[in-house]
Design a protein around this ligand. Structure first.
Ligand SMILES: Nc1nc2c(c(=O)[nH]1)N[C@@H](CN(C=O)c1ccc(C(=O)N[C@@H](CCC(=O)O)C(=O)O)cc1)CN2
Length: 283
């Protein structure tokens, strides 16, 4: 039977430490602030943002939601970002993804001041990660690394497979695993013989976005299985990429969905907001 990696529990513990840190900052008249941009009214994005607001409130971070209509022009959105780049009360800026089709995501992410980029998506921060000198780190992979640390999963010399090559999860995840001396395989939609390839891995990180895709056929005995998937089944129930009941008996460690990676994503966002605040206020 696998050991469950309890993301929600770890997130709660980390958030309590952050609450104490913010309390101490406030005694020095330093008030961490985060602004979240939402374009449109995608229901999943709204849920994630609500969870971010709850965490910020718990920790004592001042958070503000800027919700723009889905037809806002790219130019207007860029002007809004600039306003917050210049506003010293907000140390972190986050633009919730995905954005509507008519808005160029790359231009938007480039417009955020890299010092305020608490998502780690700015090309400068991505470049630093690639060079092994990270500043801000994309929150989902960063949260997964914190899970490995908390559960003492040693990555050195392990074969890890990352399934999915998105800029926000797969690519930064591979860099972070590499930095811990894992041997990393990146799998994607063109990868041949994926079940057999995954079955060689000691660590599987699935960010493919297909419900119940990872079955026991993919999993070596004793592998560590991390599920980044946020999918809905035919009844609207939230499910991961991993067919949990089938895979769990074969894994050594496994994350659940929900209450696994999701809460850690939010927790790392809070941590990076505090770090950004300290860098801006204490330097
Ligand atoms: N600007 C960003 N946009 C997006 C990111 C991101 O890191 N930055 N990642 C994802 C969504 N995401 C964060 O925004 C996210 C996903 C899931 C959760 C979460 O708390 N999940 C809960 C379940 C929530 C539910 O009931 O649906 C859980 O797993 O327990 C938080 C954040 C895409 N966009």
């Amino acid at each position: 039977m696998a050991k469950l990696i309890k993301g929600r529990e770890l997130a709660d513990n980390m958030q309590e430490q952050m609450r104490l840190e913010v309390e101490a900052l406030k005694k020095q008249e330093i008030f961490p602030g985060l602004v979240v941009f939402l374009v449109g009214d995608d229901s999943a994005s709204k849920t994630y943002i609500k969870n971010k607001e709850i965490a910020a409130q718990k920790i004592g971070i001042q958070s503000k939601l800027e919700n723009y209509p889905s037809d806002i022009s790219e130019e207007a959105l860029l002007a809004e970002i600039k306003k917050y780049n210049d506003n010293p009360n907000y140390h972190g800026i986050l633009v919730q993804l995905p954005l509507p089709e008519h808005i160029d995501e790359e231009k938007v992410l480039l417009a955020i001041d890299p010092k305020k980029d608490v998502d780690g998506f700015h090309p400068l921060n991505m470049g630093k990660l690639l060079l092994g000198k990270p500043a801000a780190i994309p929150c989902t992979p960063y949260g997964i690394m914190k899970m490995f640390e908390a559960y003492e999963v040693d990555l050195a010399g392990k074969n890890a497979i990352v399934i999915g090559r998105s800029n926000i999860v797969g690519k930064p995840m591979a860099q972070l695993l590499l930095a811990q001396n894992a041997t990393v395989t990146m799998a994607h939609s063109y990868t041949k013989n994926l079940p057999a390839l995954a079955k060689q891995a000691d660590v599987i990180v699935s960010a493919i976005g297909k419900g119940n895709f990872i079955t026991e056929e993919f999993v070596k005995e004793g592998a560590v299985v991390i599920d980044v998937g946020m999918n809905r089944d035919e009844n609207g129930k939230l499910i991961g990429d991993v067919k949990f009941a089938e895979v769990e008996p074969h894994a050594s460690y496994i994350t659940p969905v929900p209450k696994g990676v999701g809460p850690m994503t939010i927790t790392m966002l809070m941590q990076q907001t505090i770090q950004a605040c300290k860098r801006q206020e204490l330097s």
